[in-house]
Design a protein around this ligand. Structure first.
Ligand SMILES: Nc1ncnc2c1ncn2[C@@H]1O[C@H](COP(=O)(O)OP(=O)(O)OP(=O)(O)O)[C@@H](O)[C@H]1O
Ligand SMILES: O=C(O)[C@H](O)COP(=O)(O)O
Length: 402
């Protein structure tokens, strides 16, 4: 491990901890999710080592519906660690400082949403962030900084890159495990086949992964919105926006040439869906072979069962399988077959497997699978894709320099 961890942290200190508790919010209700459960390990360990633990996190983006206070997050987190989590609706003002100074060893306090601080969001160099009033004021109150927010590590925000320049810094347990697993595709050598399952909504994610990993990966199995755009490039009447949709055509305009080039250059490594699923006149799942599609008149919401049957042998014959992005609208049970079919094929083997993508990894718990069926289930999305493509994660690099 190339950074200091909690094993290196003397007990009984004043510790400022950055988590990523960014969660789905439905009608103002913050939804519990695996991020709370994973970060609870770090928080509990710090409290049990008699530290005065102060937590920072963000929720949503200013102006978005999910941009809310962290008050609910404190209660959800408390439920996961089985301890009180005090909340103060302030980040670095007098209320926050008073709350911080009144803590005793083993206490846990959550500060307000970091994105309510003007200096937090602009992506700036760590040196600039270290000079902000936010970082300078808070860092005076602490002996150490712990960054556990791997899934936000691609952001050059003050709470992520400002503190490591002014406080001794350590990786939390989530940071450790996510870094280890997500960098493994780049750092580990596999004797057998390596397979990547790539889907989801963003063609640029799929293109980035293929361009970065074509030397490492033997086959890319495609699905989702991105997979349909590759089918469109392959000459099929799919991957088009129908009335009222905005999933395909804008991406196609921006990426057509790149998609065609990737398909030409890496075609022997790319496996496309052989059939797709849609909602029939009875609102039920129906499937159609891609070769039989001759009209641009249907919205396809999943890859079909024949595609799963085609993809399964690749997975069974692989030493390592990495997943990024869902193969269908898995949130609707009728269109979960592609995503769950592939995940079950992975679970059936003892290959090294990493499942990533904030939305995709939710499919595991939604459909009764266990995280233990996989080597690692990442809670990161954008950060995971950057790890796979070898792009920098500024907050991780700063921990390594500390
Ligand atoms: N054919 C499809 N039609 C509509 N939605 C789809 C389809 N295929 C996949 N999706 C959607 O793609 C989403 C997952 O893709 P996304 O690009 O968000 O990847 P992720 O890695 O899971 O998330 P993130 O990158 O945001 O962490 C799912 O929520 C799913 O509903
Ligand atoms: O949920 C996430 O992907 C991370 O928390 C990053 O959130 P952001 O994309 O709003 O920076």
């Amino acid at each position: 491990m190339t950074f200091k961890t909690l094993d290196d942290l003397e007990s009984g200190q004043r510790v400022l901890v950055r988590l990523d508790l960014n969660s789905p919010v439905e009608d103002g209700e913050v939804q519990d999710n695996r991020r709370f459960d994973r970060h609870a390990t770090t928080v509990k360990e710090l409290a049990e080592n008699d530290h005065r633990v102060v937590l920072m996190a963000h929720q949503g983006r200013p102006g978005d519906d999910d941009f809310v206070s962290l008050e609910q997050h404190a209660d959800i987190l408390a439920g996961h660690i089985g301890m009180d989590v005090e909340f103060v609706a302030d980040t670095y003002g007098d209320d926050a400082l008073d709350a911080i100074r009144s803590l005793e060893g083993g206490d846990v306090l959550l500060l307000e949403n970091t994105r309510m601080v003007d200096e937090e969001l602009p992506e700036e160099d760590p040196e600039t962030k270290a000079e902000t009033a936010f970082v300078k004021t808070l860092s005076e109150e602490f002996d150490a900084y712990v960054n556990d927010a791997y899934s936000a590590a691609h952001r050059k925000h003050a709470s992520l890159v400002g503190f490591p320049l002014v406080l001794p810094s350590y990786a939390g347990r989530v940071m450790e495990s996510e870094y280890e697993a997500n960098s493994s595709i780049a750092t580990r050598e596999f004797d057998g086949d390596v397979t990547m399952v790539v889907g989801g909504t963003k063609a640029t994610d799929v293109i980035g992964v293929m361009n970065a990993l074509d030397e490492k990966v033997d086959q890319f199995l495609l699905g989702g919105i991105a997979g349909e755009l590759f089918l469109r490039a392959d000459g099929h009447d799919v991957g088009y926006d129908l009335e009222g949709m905005n999933l395909f055509d804008e991406q196609w305009e921006k990426n057509e040439e790149t998609i065609r080039n990737v398909l030409d250059e890496k075609g022997d490594q790319i496996v496309l869906a052989t059939d797709l699923a849609f909602e029939d006149e009875n609102d039920e799942r129906a499937e159609i072979p891609v070769a039989s599609i001759t009209e641009k008149d249907t919205a396809y919401l999943d890859v079909g069962s024949d595609t799963v049957a085609t993809y399964t042998p690749y997975i069974h014959d692989s030493e390592a399988v990495f997943v990024k992005g869902a193969l269908g609208l898995f949130e609707d049970e009728r269109f979960a077959t592609g995503t769950t079919g592939v995940l079950e094929a992975i679970a059936d083997t003892d290959c090294f497997s990493v499942v990533g993508g904030g939305d995709t990894s939710r499919a595991i718990e939604m459909y009764g699978m266990s995280e233990d069926d996989f080597s690692h289930v990442s809670i990161a999305g954008g950060a995971y894709i950057r790890a796979l493509t070898g792009e920098s994660l500024p907050a991780v690099e700063l921990l390594q320099e500390n």
